[in-house]
Design a protein around this ligand. Structure first.
Ligand SMILES: Nc1ncnc2c1ncn2[C@@H]1O[C@H](COP(=O)(O)OP(=O)(O)OP(=O)(O)O)[C@@H](O)[C@H]1O
Ligand SMILES: [Mg+2]
Length: 406
């Protein structure tokens, strides 16, 4: 018999105000030793899920289990979970050593054992020798490592990390992505990681759950999310996709014909479909080619509106089948310099590279205003790359530091 998952959410919902559901009927299973990432835009409910798992928020309904046991009545300190919060907030007036000793003291670990564990945790994050510094005397990346060491110091088997690299510059972020992955593999711990950065999620995770408005859209390995998105939101959130909207005219098991404003496109019906259904087609720019007639099932003529020179590839923008921003990505190899803005070109793609998904965003159903508003709330702060101070985190941080030492 397969052992119980390390983490399990069973039908978990959460509302803070009794009206808006910020997490809705969530089912999730994370296996022992996984690097599992919750990925989604700002306000989609990622931190809320982590806070419920850590025990700082209670689900409004549903159940969370750790290794098969319900944790409903278990306080944070007894869950054996290390947490790196969204704003990693070390105690500014304490040295690195004191910051790390704190979670051990609240757990009643002896002084001799504390010394040894602090030394080991600092070795893991490669900060041995920094014991007597205060946070202000460390770089952003070093502070981040201390926060990670503090989450690891009491040997938890599960570590939660909420946007731990959000405040770092790109180079340091990439370095730390690598480091966190290395530590996770060396220690064999289960990590539940939160980010809104899809590249970070793809680079680090064994599996990713894509969040949208408190719902999980798809859970899969990074390659599967990229190659086989099952929902419109996933197709548009992960990597680039050209989206074409239309109505299904003909539906077979292996293909469907979708009528778009610019002609009929043959596509792969991901969930099956019926004539008359609204559908959105997703085609990756790198799967579209400039072609001679008669090569592809889907071929259209279009005028090149713009050419963006990226270096190793060119991005051509055309107005196609109702999408004025349809992108064709072509490698910068011999011959392609011959394409100019204003040229009329023939564009083609295969049926299998064109995924027909249910149209969820294009007006197929009303979206409650509060849910839409919820998600957009703090997007601007993220876009501007500013470190955020989450109101959830500020309050629970104080609480956790006081009571639980995580
Ligand atoms: N303590 C709280 N009280 C009331 N509403 C809250 C509280 N914490 C979060 N929310 C709301 O719940 C929704 C989900 O928030 P959450 O912090 O889980 O999102 P997130 O996915 O972590 O976003 P971000 O990427 O910006 O951190 C948001 O609309 C937020 O305003
Ligand atoms: Mg958050």
């Amino acid at each position: 018999m397969q052992s119980a998952p390390h983490v399990e959410f069973r039908g978990v919902s959460k509302t803070y105000d009794g009206r808006t559901m910020v997490v809705r009927d969530l089912d999730l299973r994370v296996q022992e030793g996984e690097f599992f990432t919750l990925l989604g835009p700002s306000g989609s409910g990622k931190t809320t899920c982590l806070m419920m798992l850590a025990g700082f928020e209670a689900p409004s309904s549903g159940e969370i289990r750790l290794s098969g046991r319900s944790v409903q009545h278990l306080p944070p300190r007894k869950r054996g979970i290390g947490v790196v919060f969204q704003n990693y907030a070390l105690f500014p007036h304490m040295t690195v050593r004191r910051n790390l000793a704190f979670p051990l003291e609240v757990r009643g670990i002896s002084a001799a054992s504390r010394r040894q564990r602090i030394r080991q945790a600092l070795e893991v994050v490669r900060l041995d020798g920094f014991e007597d510094r205060r946070p202000a005397e460390l770089s952003g990346g070093q502070q981040q490592r201390v926060a990670i060491a503090r989450a690891l110091v009491f040997n938890p088997s599960l570590v939660l990390m909420d946007e731990p690299l959000g405040a770092l510059d790109r180079r340091l972020r990439e370095e730390m992505q690598f480091e966190i992955r290395r530590m996770q593999q060396d220690l064999g711990v289960t990590v539940v990681y939160v980010t809104h950065d899809q590249q970070e999620a793809m680079a680090m995770s064994s599996r990713v759950a894509v969040f949208h408005r408190g719902h999980i859209q798809q859970v899969a390995a990074p390659e599967t999310l990229y190659e086989e998105p099952e929902r419109e939101f996933v197709a548009s959130f992960i990597g680039d996709n050209n989206m074409l909207r239309g109505h299904v005219r003909k539906a077979e098991r292996d293909f469907c014909d979708v009528e778009t404003p610019g002609g009929t496109v043959r596509a792969f019906p991901v969930h099956g479909c019926r004539p008359g259904d609204r559908s959105v087609l997703a085609i990756r720019p790198e799967r579209v080619s400039l072609t001679k007639p008669g090569v592809y099932t889907n071929e259209f003529e279009a005028v090149v509106e713009d050419i963006l020179f990226i270096g190793d590839h060119l991005r051509l923008r055309v107005n196609l089948c109702g999408n004025p921003n349809f992108i064709v990505k072509i490698q910068n190899t011999v011959g392609h310099s011959a394409v100019l803005e204003g040229d009329r070109v023939r564009i083609g793609w295969s049926v299998m590279d064109c995924r027909a998904l249910p149209d969820e965003e294009g007006g197929s159903g009303p979206t409650p205003v509060n849910q839409q508003g919820t998600e957009n709330r703090s997007r601007s702060a993220v876009d501007a790359g500013k470190p955020k101070t989450g109101r959830t985190n500020d309050s629970v941080l104080a609480q956790s530091h006081r009571e639980d030492g995580v």
